[in-house]
Design a protein around this ligand. Structure first.
Ligand code: FCB
Length: 467
């Protein structure tokens, strides 16, 4: 059965899903019988980032990097999903799939293509994007920096230089002036630790450097940049209900050989550097990192909510062959199920990181959680088992405001290119045709119901080998 999507040229559904309206009775009944109910005002949606979906972002550092052939599968972002042109159709589809929230990022290099010049066309574009979402009843969650920098900024040394803080602050102030009435949830920076590690320590993302000192300097500047952005949002937003957060990637670190104290030590070090350091600096203003210990008073109390990006767990071992990473080695558990990215599927991890975050007493928004899965074989059970663990944490008092699945659409997965598909909606990169995957339809039922039904639990959670 084909469903009644209203964008026939671009979209097909792999089987039938209920349209947004006209299923009230059934959904009410399902909600009454749902096994795991979430609060009425829970945000249910998906997340994307400008460079991964928009296409033609020719003026940023990633575009430059791609032209140097640095993408593993040889692909380039190119037209990506052509979402810069097709956003209305895409949002219609998300609304039809019952989503009530959507996380997107503004492309700094479009808004400020040369230093100090703010492009009215780009601003008009993003205003329309945000107004359109609001018109559909979809709450926008807006990221100001999601990995990409304007080329003029990277030419000046990007996040390694102290000047970036002023530059970022100026862009943020302008963005909040332009869109502030439409945005309640602002995410200042996406995954500072991932950004700094990949670009300045592992050398697999631009600018391709390898230095712990540089990594630390970049993190320090990102904390200052975040703090400046938070101040700009507070000063420039016309809304009294504005909420400021960071999207922080948290992983679980467990000792691979639990009887060895050294493995415990490595796991704790991984956790301290990856999970805690940056987050703590934005809460209490103290930063603890190799080469960068000390107070960052500007950072203190700059979060209204914590954005959680959760994907996986790493096993940790002490390994003399890795002096550069403090003799620590991190890898996916060899005996557990993995995604196409090679990451362990570990649903209980989201419960564990939520319990860890709960101690900071801030509301939590799950800003990303998803799975690389070419044929949509893992995603349905991945969704159900992770939501089950989120529900478990909420039952124990953890304040979770919403769940934004990564991602709405298959898209350009950074250095991995197009090979990894994270979407609830399949994108054919030749024709740009969108097709809702079975997991997209399952998620639509969850969003409409505001919970997980008994049958869904039986079908997916019971049989999942990774539950
Ligand atoms: C996160 C990124 C996001 C996407 C997912 C798979 O680290 O924030 O852009 O690449 O991983």
């Amino acid at each position: 059965m084909r469903s009644a999507w209203t964008i026939p040229d671009l979209v097909t559904a792999s089987s039938g899903a209920a349209p947004r309206h006209g299923c009230g009775q059934t959904m009410r009944q399902e909600r009454e019988s749902a096994a795991l109910l979430f609060p009425d005002q829970f945000l249910w949606g998906t997340a994307t980032a400008s460079h991964q979906v928009e296409g033609n972002n020719t003026n940023n550092d990633w575009w430059e990097w791609e032209q140097k052939g640095r993408i593993l599968d040889g692909s380039r972002s190119g037209l990506a999903c052509d979402h810069y042109r097709l956003y209305r159709e895409d949002f219609d589809l998300l609304a039809a799939l019952h989503q009530n929230a959507h996380r997107l990022s503004l492309e700094w290099s479009r808004i400020e293509p040369t230093p100090g010049f703010f492009d009215p066309d780009a601003i008009a574009h993003y205003r329309d994007v945000l107004e359109y979402l609001r018109r559909l009843g979809i709450e926008p969650v807006v990221t100001l920096h999601h990995f990409t920098n304007p080329r003029w900024l990277s030419a000046k040394g990007g996040w390694e230089t102290a000047e970036v803080v002023d530059a970022f602050g100026r862009y943020v102030a302008r963005a909040v002036d332009a869109f502030g009435d439409l945005v309640r949830y602002w995410v200042t920076i996406n995954e500072p630790v991932v950004y700094a590690t990949k670009g300045y320590f592992e050398a697999v993302w631009p600018p391709g450097k390898r230095s712990l000192r540089r990594l630390t300097r970049v993190l320090h500047n990102m904390i200052l940049g975040h703090a400046r952005a938070a101040r700009m949002i507070r000063e420039h937003s016309p809304r009294t209900d504005v909420q400021i957060g960071v999207a922080h990637h948290l992983r679980v670190f467990d000792p691979y050989r639990p009887i060895l104290p050294f493995d415990h030590f490595v796991a704790r070090t991984g956790e301290a550097l990856f999970n805690r350091a940056v987050l703590l600096s934005m809460l209490d203003g103290h930063f603890q990192f190799p080469f960068g210990r000390g107070a960052i008073p500007e950072g203190q109390d700059t979060l209204d909510f914590i954005g959680l990006n959760y994907y996986s767990r790493d096993m940790a071992t002490f390994d003399l062959r890795h002096p550069r990473s403090y003799f620590g080695s991190f890898f996916a558990h060899p005996d557990r199920p993995k995604t196409a990215a090679g990451w362990e599927i570990y649903p209980e991890g989201i419960y564990r990181v939520l319990k860890f975050l709960a101690r900071f007493n801030k509301p939590i928004l799950i800003t990303e959680n998803g799975v690389a899965d070419e044929r949509d074989e893992l995603r349905p059970a991945f969704l159900i088992t992770h939501l089950q663990q989120i529900h478990r944490a909420m039952q124990e008092g953890v304040k979770v405001q919403g769940y934004l699945h990564w991602s709405a659409l298959d898209n350009f997965e950074w250095s991995e290119g197009r090979r990894l598909r994270f979407g609830l909606i399949h994108v054919d990169y030749d024709t740009l045709k969108r097709t809702v995957k079975p997991s997209g339809e399952l998620y639509a039922r969850i969003c409409a119901m505001g919970g997980i039904g008994t049958a869904m639990l039986q079908q997916y959670a019971g049989s999942a080998s990774f539950a």
